[in-house]
Design a protein around this ligand. Structure first.
Ligand SMILES: [Zn+2]
Length: 338
């Protein structure tokens, strides 16, 4: 990933037209911070450290590649699969971090300012989008990929945001395919010369997503229907549960509300006591302490982590969407199967 970081700094010299003097100042400061980050990471020799600029460490891009900023790693993964070497894809939220309540860091200002297009999920998962709009160049478009799929949404079922569309549509592979189609069309519009590449890459990736869907359906067939009870910290598996026939609940409805209040814990404790699932799960971006305390009180074991809002580090156990979905399936089958 060192090359990618250098790319980020180096891209500062491409002479794109920037606007607003305060932005120039922010950018200059961000540049200094970036340089420090590059030096310290080079010193540590850690590859794929927090905040990797690209979702896919193996991606090599052309000299004249455009820049796509994607708000989180899963969207960046989809995009880099389609973009091939024609676009450099930069994730804003770092690997393993909170996408709901991300705070822009110096490198995010650089990445947003240099972006030719910004892709975000929408349905309010990125509570910080107004800041992105402020930083992006005026002519740069921001596209809410999940909203553009036109897919039917499932409302958040509990908590402060009950009734509003749940944003985690990508957890259903059939809807992930819709994301890919939307991203493909955005890239074609941005870079019409790349149409053939984007269309070919998208259709190859869609085939892989279809295989994934079939594979997961087959894997979950090993879990008897009455054992398909998926309890997690954030109730972020609504679309997944809908696709694969699970009953799903969480301690809280969405990560941008209070997490783990006594009322929330008491409510889910009752469900766990009543349903006695094979295990209860925590997610990779969230502390496991609430799930562990429910486990202590009910005797139902803990399993996980499951991946939802982020993939893992490039050299971690689930660096892509495909790998994260397979790993989730494996963990769920292990814990809930006979
Ligand atoms: Zn989430």
């Amino acid at each position: 990933m060192r090359t990618a970081r250098n790319d980020v700094v180096g891209a500062g010299g491409t002479g794109r037209n920037r606007c607003g003097s305060w932005r120039g100042l922010a950018r200059a400061l961000a540049g200094v911070a970036m340089a420090l980050v590059v030096v310290s990471c080079a010193d540590s020799g850690i590859e794929g450290a927090e905040g990797s600029a690209r979702a896919d460490a193996s991606a090599h891009v052309r000299e004249d590649a455009g820049v796509v900023a994607a708000t989180f790693t899963i969207l960046a993964d989809f995009t880099s699969k389609i973009a091939g070497d024609r676009m450099e894809v930069r994730a804003l939220t770092p690997v393993g971090a909170e996408v709901h309540e991300h705070e822009l860091r110096p490198r995010d200002f650089v990445n947003i300012e240099e972006a030719d297009v910004v892709l975000y999920n929408g349905y309010m998962i990125e509570q910080w989008m107004p800041q992105v709009r402020q930083v992006a160049r005026d002519e740069v478009e921001l596209h809410a990929v999940a909203e553009l799929t036109g897919a039917d949404t499932i409302p958040i079922r509990l908590g402060e945001f009950e009734g509003v569309p749940d944003p985690h549509l990508w957890m259903n592979p059939a809807l992930a395919i819709r994301y890919v189609e939307v991203i493909r069309d955005i890239l074609v519009e941005l870079d019409p010369d790349g149409r053939v590449v984007y269309e070919r890459n998208a259709s190859e990736y869609i085939e892989e997503l279809e295989e994934l869907k079939a594979e997961l359906e087959e894997a979950f067939a090993a879990i008897a229907e009455e054992r398909r009870v998926l309890i997690t910290s954030e109730a972020a598996f609504l679309y997944f549960a809908d696709a694969f026939g699970f009953v799903h609940d969480g301690v809280w409805g969405t990560n941008h509300e209070d997490e783990g209040t006594p009322e929330q814990l008491a409510r889910v404790m009752d469900i766990v006591t009543d349903r006695r699932p094979g295990a209860i799960f925590y997610e990779s971006t969230i502390s496991d302490r609430h799930i562990r305390s429910i486990s202590d009180d009910t005797g139902v074991p803990v399993a996980g982590p499951l991946y939802v809002d982020s993939v893992s580090e490039p050299h971690g156990e689930a660096p892509t969407y495909l790998e994260m979905m397979r790993l989730n399936a494996e963990r769920i089958v292990d814990a809930l199967g006979e």
